[in-house]
Write a protein that binds this ligand. Structure first.
Ligand code: C5P
Length: 396
């Protein structure tokens, strides 16, 4: 989904981070057209952005090389988004008051595209009441305000006002561009492994990085849904705007799911739930000796089946990781657990990797999603769910 983005850069130390942001946007296939204020060129040179974007960088309102001398209208005409990062307090104040005295502020005033603003300033400037009023005004006028974050600042102080990191801004922009296919839906997702305790330090678990589940949580949130993510132990960062509940054991995962399922329209069960828990758990660390240690294992509840087979269930999506007979085992699992949709993947290709390839099994048959980054697979899965859901809902 290639977009045309006008990236405005104002005078702030964070301007150097916009070089990385430009690189990320270009790498994702977007065309980036950079506009710098005069102050911004004191921090980073236009040549940097010209090299990274592959497009001319605009700094002046009056450009004799443009035939109609109206660079501001030409630039904004076809843009899908006008993103200003970093946005200084001065820029925010001007826009909040409709002032258009340089190319960038003129562009904002003359634009037909949406406006996103990533503030970056010292914490006192951020908290300054006029600045707060101006930010509120921008929000009221429909601008999307990205950040700022809290942390150490170029002036040596610590507090609110840091620009979001380039990676975060990139994610925000990508999320913003996704079609809102699940707007208004409440979606419960399980992800990652469960951990079944043996004693105070040991346990048994499943191999699962949590990457697929977290990518799905992000894609579902990007599609406009409210996401509750029940996560087993993983080091992954919580995707944007998801409510995360950390659990360890299958029993804890089941309790969290039971608490939230009634308020959910969809349930996507990506977690690799351990099939057994240890009956003879020890409170203290079991001392090592030469004897054979016997663990008694009892089956865990099947969380997905319990949700899918209940009265009035949400739209349930299951996962099947198999090492052979993918389609046969997958379809059998779908029928047994009464699922409208099951995502089947081979353990050999899925585990821990950043890419995946899957087969979607539903009442219409099978749909192959060829190898792609997990985030891309997640977005295509969301699109498929959004197609099935209304039909499923109607048939109930
Ligand atoms: O039966 P199997 O474990 O292969 O099924 C996989 C699917 O069922 C996954 O969607 C997984 O999240 C879910 N599951 C579950 N509770 C279990 C076992 C699996 O929710 N105890």
């Amino acid at each position: 989904m290639q977009k045309r983005i006008v990236l405005g850069i104002t005078g702030g130390v964070a301007a150097y981070k916009s070089a990385e942001l430009t690189r990320l946007l270009v790498k994702a296939g977007h065309s980036v057209h950079v506009v710098m204020t005069e102050a911004a060129t004191e921090f980073v040179t236009p040549a940097t952005f010209q090299a990274l974007s592959g497009n001319p960088v605009h700094t002046a309102l009056w450009n004799s090389s443009v035939s109609n001398s109206m660079a501001h209208i030409n630039l904004t005409r076809e843009a899908d988004l006008l993103l200003v990062a970093p946005a200084s307090a001065n820029f925010i104040a001007k826009v909040a008051n409709g002032i258009a005295d340089d190319l960038l502020t003129t562009l904002v005033a003359a634009r037909t595209s949406p406006l996103a603003v990533a503030p970056a300033m010292n914490r006192q400037m951020w908290e300054n009441p006029p600045n707060q009023r101006n930010v509120e005004q921008l929000k009221e006028d429909g601008a999307l305000i990205l950040g700022p974050a809290s942390g150490s600042q170029a002036c040596g102080e610590v507090g609110m006002g840091r620009m979001l990191e380039p990676g975060q801004l990139f994610e925000e922009v990508e999320a913003w561009f996704q079609p809102k296919l699940l707007a208004g839906k409440r979606v419960l997702i399980t992800a990652g492994p469960t951990f079944e305790r043996i004693d105070a330090v040991r346990g048994i678990t499943n191999t699962s990085s949590g990457k697929m589940g977290f990518a799905i949580a992000r894609a579902v949130a990007e599609a406009g849904a409210t996401v509750t993510l029940v996560a087993g132990e993983t080091a992954l960062a919580t995707p944007l705007a998801c409510q995360r509940i950390d659990v360890k054991s299958a029993q804890e995962m089941l309790s969290a799911v039971q608490t939230h399922v009634a308020a959910s329209d969809l349930f996507i069960s990506v977690a690799a739930v351990a099939d057994y828990y240890v009956l003879n758990q020890s409170e203290h660390k079991i001392k090592k000796d030469a004897h054979i240690l016997t663990l008694e294992l009892a089956p865990n509840p099947d969380i997905l089946a319990s949700v899918a087979c209940a009265e009035n269930p949400p739209f349930c999506v299951g996962f099947a990781a198999e090492s052979e007979n993918l389609l046969e085992y997958g379809e059998a699992k779908r029928k047994r657990k009464q699922l409208p949709l099951l995502v089947a993947n081979l353990v050999q290709t899925a585990m821990g990797a950043d890419d995946n390839e899957v087969i979607l099994l539903d009442d219409d048959g099978q749909h192959r999603l060829p190898r792609a980054p997990k985030q891309e697979i997640a977005r295509r899965l969301v699109a498929h769910i959004a197609r099935l859901y209304p039909r499923w809902k109607e048939g109930r």
